[in-house]
Write a new protein. Sequence first.
Lengths: 221, 549
Amino acid sequence: MSTETHVVEHGAEPAFRQHHFVTAEQQFATSKIGMWLFLATEILMFGGLFVGYGLMQGVYPEAWVAGHHHLDRIMGAINTVFLLCSSFTMVMAVHYASTDQKRKTVLGLLLTLGFALGFLVIKYFEYSHKIQDGLLPGRYFSYAGGGPPQQAMFFGFYFVMTGLHGFHVAVGIALISWLTVRASRGEFSSAYYTPVDLIGLYWHLVDLIWIYLFPLLYLVS
Amino acid sequence: MADTITKPQAHVLAGHHDVDYLHDGSLLSWLTTVDHKKLGVMYLWSILFMFFLGGVFALLVRLELFAPGHTIMDAEAYNKAFTLHGAIMVFLFIIPSIPAALGNFALPIMLGAKDVAFPRLNLASFWIYVTGALIAVTAMVTGGVDTGWTFYTPYSTTTDGSVALMTFAAFVLGFSSILTGVNFIATVHKLRAPGMGWFKMPLFIWGIYATAIIQVLATPVLAITLMLLIMERAFGVGVFDPKLGGDPVLFQHFFWFYSHPAVYIMILPGMAIISEIVPAMSQKTFFGYKATAFSSVAIAIVSFVVWGHHMFTSGQSQLAGAIFSFLTFLVGIPSAIKVFNWITTMYKGSISLQAPMLYALMFLILFGIGGLTGIFLGAMSVDIHLHDTYFVVAHFHYVMMGSTVIAFIGGLHYWWPKMFGRMYNESAARIAAILVFIGFNTTFLPQFLLGSRGMPRRYYNYLPEFQFLHQVSTVGSWILGLGFLIMAGYLFASLRKKMDAPANPWHARTLEWQIPSPPITHNFHEVPVVTSDPYDYYRPFVPSVKGHH
C-alpha cells in the first residue's frame, strides 16, 4: 500500500468537499448510498398503504369499483404523462449538469418544474370536484348518488394515498426550485453535481409511485 | 470503487484542532454542532432524562399496584400512567438510546473515521428527536393517552385524549430513527479506515449496522400505520373500525410489522456492546467473530417475519399462527449463538470484574431468562394461556430492561472515560450494580409467577391472591430506583473531577482506545491504517494510530 502523504491546506479544498471525506468520489458515492436508503424507506411507507388498499379492495370489490368510477381517468392519464415527461427532463438536467452545460441544466430543471406544477394544478381540479360532489373520506362522505357505503373507505384511501404523494410532489417542487437557483448561479459542474443527481433520484421515485397509484386507483375495473 | 481509502492522506490541519471536543467551541455552538461526539452526548442527556421520566411513571404504576383497587390513583389515571410509561420508554428512551447516544459517539472512531457520513443529517436527526419529544410531552400534559403503548384499534380511534398528538410524536421520532440508520449504514460502507475490511470491524459495528438496517426498513411502516390511525381519528376513514367495515386486526398486523423488528432495534445494540466489553475485559480474542457478525444480520432479517406472534389470540388463522411460531423459534438460534460465543470468549480469559464487566455478566444471565421466556411465549399453544398476562410483561422487561438497558449501562461505564475524560468511582459503581441486579430481579421475577397464575396485564384491580407478589414487585422497584439514583450520583460527581482518565483504561484494542480521552474534535490527526483485527489479544499490542504512545 503506498504511503504517499498529501498535505492539504485548510481552505484549499473545494467548497463542496466535507472535511471527513478524503476524495470527492468517496463523498459522491456515499451521498448516493444515503439517498438510495432514503428511497427504500419511502417505498416501504407507501408500500404499507398499497397493502392496506389492496386488502380492503379484496373485501369490498363493489365499493372499489363504484368509487373509482368517480375518478377522472383523463385527468389521471394527463398527470401520468406529466410526471413521465418530468422524469425525462430531470434526467436531462442531471446529464447537462454532469457535462458542464449550465443553461441546459437550468432549462431541464425549469421544464421539470413546469410539469410538476401542471400535475398539482390537475390535482387541484380533481380534488375540487370530489369536494363538490361530497366524495370525501370516512364520516365526511356525503355523495348523494348512492352506491356501496364502503366507498367512504375507498375515498379515505384515495385522499391519503394521493395526498401523501402530492405532498411529496410539493416537496420535490421546492427542492427542484432550490436546485434551479443554485444551477443558475453556476454551482454545479462535472466535478460536483451531487444535489442534482440525488434530487433526480428522489423525483424518479415520486414518478414511480404515481405509476403505481394510477392503475391502482383509476383503472380498478 | 474501493470502499476503503487505499491511499492514506495526512490532513495537516492548521494546528488549532488539538483541543479536546468537549472544550472545542462555545456552549451555544453545541446546538448547531455537526460533531458526532457532541451530538452523541446531547442524545445521551436527552434519553437519560426520558429514562427518568418513564421510570417515574413506572414507580407510580407499581405503587398503585401495591394493593388491589384504588391505592394512589383512579383507574383512568392508571391507564394513562402505564401507557405513558410504555410510550416514553419505547419511543423516547430505548429505541434511540444505544445507537443515538453511544453509537453516534463510538462508531465513527471505531471505524477510523472523522465523523459519520452525513454530519448535518445527524444534527437534523437530533433536532427531530427533540421536536418529537416536545410533541410527546405536549400530548402528556393535554390529556394524556390511555390506550396502552400499542394503540390498538378500535379503542384508540374512539377514546378521548391526546392520541393523535402522541402518535404524531412517535411519527416524528420515527424519522429521527430512520435518518440515524441511514447515516450509520452509509458510514459503515464508505468511511472505514484503510485496511479495515468488513471482517476487521469491531463487532459493535456489526450490531449497530444490523440495527440500522431494521431502522431503515421497518420504521416507515410504523409511520404509515400511525398516519392511518390519525386519519381514522380525524376523518373516520374506517379502515380499522369494524362498525364501518374496517378490520381492527389489520391495525395489529401493520403495527407489529414495525414493532416486532423494533424490539430487535432495541436488543441488537445491547448485544453489540456486550461483544465489546467481553473480549476487552477478558483480555482475550473474540471466539466466533464471523458467527457473531452474521448472527446480527440474521436476527435483523428474521425479525421481519415473526410479527404474528403478538397476535396468536387475535383471530389470525391457525396455520398463520403455526408458521409465525416456527419462525419465532428460528430467531432464537442466532441469539443463542452469540451467548455461547461470549461465554467461550471469557473461558480462560483474564477477567476483570470492573463495572462494565459486571453489567455484561448481568446481561448474560438476564438475557438468558428473557430470551428463553420469549421462546416459551413463541410456542402458540403456550401463548394462548400466557398472552396478555404478567408473564409477557416479565418477559419483555427481562429483554428490554434486563438486557438492553443493562447493556446500555455497561456501555456507558465502558465508554464513560473516553467520552468525558474522567473515571467514575468504582466502589460506588459496584454498589449500584448490585442494587440494580437485586432490584430488577425482585421487581420482575415475581411477575412470571403472577402471569402464569393468571394475573392479566394492564389491570388496575386484581384478586387478593395476587397481592403478595405485587408487593414484592413494588418493593423491588424501589430497590431498582435506589440503584439508579446512586448511579446518577457517582456519574455526575465524576464530571466535576479533573479530566485525567487514561486513554485506554481497559487495555482494549479497538481504535477508540488509541486516541486520547476525551478525543480531539477530528478524532484522529491522520487517518489510521489498520493492520490488525480488533481483538488481537493473542499478541502484544500493535498500534494503528500513528504517534500512539
